[in-house]
Unconditional design. Structure first.
Lengths: 277, 253
């Protein structure tokens, strides 16, 4: 029987579909089974603020360990935690706060013995370099009409920012009215810090609560300025890193963590504004 | 009155077209060309085209028999089945994503059994295809059913009386007659699959090269590389226009 155009097209689609289904299934198993001694792949769940630093970190690690591939899964820590809890596979988990890491440890997803704090960070108020909101000091954030960005309560930067505001609310110099006014000026709660930076870079907001590392990052350094938050109101953000229990390459994962905590790793982190521990 | 109507008309058209034009105006041609060699852009483009293509393949394969049966046979419960098949269209994509995760995630209702057999679906490229199939299949099935219903049965009967088998009648008479509608349904499925975001990011995740389709890449790239984001958006606009033109051409045949 002569094959009509449609039958041919249908068969072609079936072949493509079948191929992709197989590719989809095997690409999962490839990343979870180490093929040979030389070819290894690890997936690093990376908190959003570590995007720049860990991109360089992964490249440096791959250069030193030919045959090893480091894949970064970058998102807000709470989003990454949800993925792990829903069964996503990975090898290393780098969190921007203790809370989510401790939760995962309690739920049995982390190899607790491998967890270490590797950097510290602080909160700051970032502004677009052009300063459209004319902000010169912290009290300006409470002025009516100022457009402020903050993280959601679950994302570490959102949690830290609220801690800072709570501390300022306890001080008579600012008080609860200050915190309320600032929160009333919030135009958006973002799910990770990179979204906050993105909106600041295109001038869609006057100010945002980000990390100090974000304004030092080479890519943004000349597009953002900051208002420093005094130490008495600021919080120390502690970043723990650890190996996921179901990692298919726990040795490589631990080796990567060792690299992160090495002198070379520390240099990369410092370049991006982090304080290695 | 005519002035009011034309103001309304013109205003609405501006609202639709100005944002699309803004995409092209906010990126320089040099930056666009440069972005075409950016791995974020190329990875997303190939992944999107491959997964949407696979999606259309699956939907056409599974949807054609379903829509043909629903068009030709009035079985008990057909109306319920029709409503069920339409559910993905009414379901918000984020809900679809969450639902797929709850069903097929590693600890999901069905996923936990699949996991025992070593099959993992969530957070893989397969999940991207499944999410696309879930949200875009109604577009093809509805259109295919309408197209089959529009085929003159007397032509099919004539073929049968002339000795053609049911299969031959289907492929040589019914399909060609329904072709315009089937193709336009497939093209709409492709377009919907290409644009899928919410279900994909929730069920498949967002890793470059593995699950980061073009819409996800646009969203992610915007966090730091606006040019990559705009380049992808421009490419998607061009593809979308191609889709619309394709549909209108197919329907006219």
């Amino acid at each position: 029987m002569k094959m009509g155009r449609y039958t041919t097209a249908l068969i072609a689609c079936m072949v493509i579909g079948a191929f992709l289904l197989v590719a989809g299934c095997t690409s999962t198993s490839q990343s979870t089974t180490s093929a040979t001694e030389e070819e290894k792949t690890i997936t690093v769940f990376t908190a959003g603020s570590l995007k720049g630093a860990f991109t360089d970190m992964a490249a440096a690690y791959e250069e030193q360990h030919s045959g090893t591939k480091v894949i970064l899964n970058i998102d807000g820590t709470q989003a990454l935690r949800t993925q792990v809890e829903q069964g996503a596979r990975g090898d290393v988990f780098a969190s921007a706060n203790l809370k989510h890491m401790i939760a995962l440890m309690g739920e049995g997803f982390i190899d607790n013995a491998t967890v270490v704090d590797f950097v510290e960070n602080r909160v700051t108020v970032a502004l677009p370099a052009s300063n459209p909101g004319n902000i010169t000091e912290l009290s300006d954030l409470a002025k009516a009409g100022t457009k402020v960005l903050i993280g959601t309560p679950e994302v570490p930067i959102g949690n830290y920012a609220r801690q800072v505001l709570d501390k300022m609310a306890e001080d008579t110099a600012y008080g609860q009215t200050y915190e309320d006014a600032v929160m009333a000026n919030v135009i958006s709660e973002e799910t990770n810090v990179n979204n906050i930076i993105a909106k600041l870079l295109i001038g869609e907001a006057d100010a945002g609560f980000t990390y100090t590392s974000d304004v030092v990052t080479p890519a943004y350094a000349d597009q953002l300025t900051t208002i420093t938050i005094p130490d008495e109101y600021n919080v120390v953000a502690q970043y723990p890193i650890g190996v996921l229990n179901e990692s298919a390459n726990p040795d490589t994962a631990e080796d990567f963590i060792t690299f992160v905590r090495s002198e070379q790793g520390g240099e990369i982190l410092q370049r991006y504004g982090f304080s290695p521990v | 009155m005519a002035l009011g109507a034309s103001l309304l008309f013109g205003g609405f058209l501006l609202f639709i077209t100005v944002p699309v034009v803004s995409l092209f105006l906010r990126i320089s041609p040099e930056a666009f060309i440069a972005s075409l060699s950016n791995p974020v852009v190329t990875d997303a483009l190939t992944l999107s085209l491959a997964t949407a293509g696979a999606c259309v393949g699956i939907v056409v394969l599974c949807g054609t028999p379903i829509s043909y049966i629903n068009a030709r046979t009035a079985y008990r419960g057909r109306d319920i089945i029709d409503t069920l098949i339409d559910i993905p269209v009414i379901l918000p994509p984020a809900v679809a994503g969450l639902a797929l995760l709850m069903a097929f995630g590693r600890y999901g209702i069905l996923g936990s059994y699949l996991s025992i057999c070593g099959i993992e679906v969530a957070y893989t490229t397969l999940a991207v295809v499944l999410a696309q199939v879930f949200v875009s299949s109604p577009f093809y099935i509805r259109q295919a059913r309408a197209s089959f219903e529009a085929v003159d049965r007397s032509l099919e009967d004539a073929a049968r009386t002339l000795g053609a088998s049911p299969f031959r009648t289907f492929t040589r008479i019914t399909m060609p007659l329904a072709a315009g509608g089937l193709v336009s349904g497939a093209v709409m499925t492709f377009a919907r699959a290409l644009g899928e975001f919410g279900a994909t990011i929730m069920f498949a995740g967002n890793i470059q090269g593995r699950t980061q389709t073009m819409p996800l890449a646009i969203y992610t790239a915007m966090q730091g590389d606006l040019d990559a984001s705009l380049a992808l958006a421009v490419i998607l606009v061009i593809i979308s226009f191609g889709v619309i033109t394709g549909v209108r051409y197919a329907v006219r045949r």
